[in-house]
Write a protein that binds this ligand. Structure first.
Ligand SMILES: [Zn+2]
Length: 74
């Protein structure tokens, strides 16, 4: 069941913004546009993505909302 959340995302080798692991499977979770107009894509590894989704799930349950996995980075 836990693995399902990962299947919502596309994985490519990269650096995780959270745990600083390098060259691991990562997925884009957000985008930051710098003042110069350059867009930097923020990527997270599978372990951190799982944590972020677990947090979203808890937050949704607290608010009484339905949790939908796969919404990060969209
Ligand atoms: Zn990570």
């Amino acid at each position: 069941m836990d693995d399902d959340v990962l299947s919502f995302y596309d994985w490519q080798p990269g650096d995780c913004f959270k745990c600083a692991h390098r060259n691991v499977p990562t997925t884009p979770v957000s985008r930051v546009t710098a003042q110069c107009g350059k867009t930097h894509i923020v990527r997270a590894c599978q372990r951190c993505l799982r944590e972020m989704e677990a947090q979203r799930k808890r937050a949704a349950e607290r608010r009484g909302e339905r949790y939908e996995p796969g919404q990060l980075g969209t």
